[in-house]
Design a protein around this ligand. Structure first.
Ligand code: CO
Length: 184
């Protein structure tokens, strides 16, 4: 028997190919201490994996909760937990940017998304909030909300050659992709 490893994440990541990532998530009815603890555990799991966003379904929990911290990339950013997030508006202009995902380690591919979004959600205290996001934050939030709908960023990749090569290089199966865009 060894000593308990106190800094190990309480939650384990799920990877592409696991069904829970395609299941979608249910609304959180009440933001209580259990939800707040889950948020803390999600932040811990995200930091342990050096991620900048994490959705509850990625740790096997089908609740509409995401956590985001882009502080490593942008100064002055405070970590955010978004409960029941809904995209209210998206800008008509689309931008291409490279994405990765803790559930598809080492795979990085370009994805086209709206440049900005307006999101409503509840914070960890259950207070209704609104957020206008652009740049990296908008991209991360859209990526994480996709997870709550059972969508992975690879589903949105337009360059099928790059997609095929990148997945194969990291031993993921193309059969686990559910394309949302027609082949480019
Ligand atoms: Co992801």
């Amino acid at each position: 028997m060894g000593l308990p490893v106190t800094d190990a994440p309480a939650l384990e990541l799920c990877y592409m190919g696991e069904r829970v990532l395609r299941s979608g998530a249910k609304r959180v009815a009440r933001v209580d201490s259990e939800v707040r603890q889950l948020c803390r555990d999600m932040f811990q799991a995200m930091y342990a994996a050096e991620g900048i966003g994490l959705a509850a379904v990625q740790v096997g929990i089908t609740k509409q909760i995401i956590v985001v911290d882009i502080g490593a990339r942008e100064d002055g950013f405070a970590p955010l937990a978004l409960i029941n997030p809904v995209i209210k508006k998206s800008t008509p202009d689309l931008v291409v940017g490279q994405e990765g995902c803790l559930s598809i380690p080492n795979v990085y591919l370009d994805v086209r998304r709206p440049a900005g979004v307006e999101v409503s959600y509840k914070d960890e205290l259950g207070r209704p909030c609104n957020l206008k996001a652009s740049g990296l934050l908008a991209r991360v939030i859209q990526h994480e909300i996709d997870h709550l709908n059972g969508i992975l960023f690879v589903d949105r990749v337009e360059n099928t050659l790059a997609l095929t090569q990148e997945l194969a290089a990291h031993r993921f199966s193309l059969e686990d992709v559910r394309p949302l865009v027609s082949a480019a």
